[in-house]
Ligand binder design. Structure first.
Ligand SMILES: [Zn+2]
Length: 96
């Protein structure tokens, strides 16, 4: 099953200072609307960090923005698992 992640037309590349639902950071590069399409042409979209930049935010390897982070009581491992689960759910939605 091939899955293509792409960004819509350049005009839709809005570098918005929004919170990424995957890693809860408010990245300086903004979040972008990613569109995933499987071979059947089914598509789903998801806002996430531009350039798929989530991992270093989840792992606190990169500054998440001033006051950007939600205060969470989750451990690092739990945050990573949640991010992976959210992404997996998104992919499942496309490829189901
Ligand atoms: Zn992110």
């Amino acid at each position: 099953m091939a899955l293509a992640l792409r960004c819509p037309a350049a005009a839709s590349w809005q570098a918005r200072r929004s919170r990424c639902p995957l890693c809860t950071a408010t990245p300086t590069g903004g979040v972008s609307l990613m569109v995933a399409a499987s071979g059947q042409g089914e598509a789903a979209d998801l806002y996430m960090c531009s350039y798929l930049a989530c991992p270093p935010y989840v792992r606190d390897k990169r500054e998440a923005g001033v006051g950007a982070r939600l205060h969470e009581s989750l451990t690092l491992e739990e945050k990573i698992q949640r991010t992976v689960a959210d992404l997996a759910a998104f992919i499942t939605e496309v490829t189901a």
